[in-house]
Design a binder for this molecule. Structure first.
Ligand code: ZN
Length: 188
């Protein structure tokens, strides 16, 4: 992300209201956004799903443009028309993000992307973005995660970053393989 996009997000004020909250139990699956955000709503209807998890942006590429506001708005209006609420969705950030990477370049790209995807989630009227904590060679990784959470919270209003627990994958460097470990990111 270039500096201009970060600035654009920081200055942005025209957020939609958060979608309402549902008080009933919802069921759904992870769905593709290949056809766009509105297509996601059609998939939910065709599957009779009352919930959906989805990637806020393409999961496997770093290059991404500023969100098209007419498309996020169309999703928002579609949800209102179908009485879909914000807690019927779980927006998922791309797998590429590793905010505690040992590589400075990856960390910088990841911080920007986490911010961008939180921005997209909020434009969709949602208040939660799930992301993977990533991997680091030392426990300072937890501090970096905490810093990134604070960074996003300082810029995007009303967004909650959801830390997903992840499998250790036989790697000593994976962070957040238990709730106890995840809590380290929250104590800074
Ligand atoms: Zn995940």
């Amino acid at each position: 992300m270039d500096t201009t996009m970060r600035e654009q997000i920081a200055k942005f004020e025209n957020y939609p209201k958060l979608l309402p909250l549902s008080d009933s139990l919802s069921f759904g699956v992870h769905m593709s956004i290949a056809g766009g955000y509105v297509e996601l709503l059609k998939q939910m209807t065709s599957l009779n799903a009352t919930a959906s998890a989805f990637f806020t942006s393409q999961p496997r590429g770093w290059n991404i443009k500023f969100p098209e506001l007419n498309k996020t708005q169309a999703f928002y209006e579609g949800c209102l028309a179908k009485n879909l609420c914000r807690n019927q969705f779980l927006a998922h950030a791309p797998y590429l993000i590793n905010v505690c990477s040992d590589s400075e370049d990856t960390r910088a790209k990841s911080s920007d992307r986490l911010l961008l995807d939180a921005f997209i989630a909020r434009l969709l009227g949602l208040d939660r973005l799930n992301f993977h904590p990533g991997s680091s060679s030392d426990s300072a990784g937890y501090i970096k995660i905490a810093q990134n959470i604070n960074d996003v919270h300082a810029i995007i209003p009303d967004i909650v970053l959801v830390l997903e627990t992840v499998a250790e994958c036989n790697s000593k460097t994976t962070i957040g393989s238990s709730f106890a470990l995840q809590s380290k990111s929250l104590t800074w």
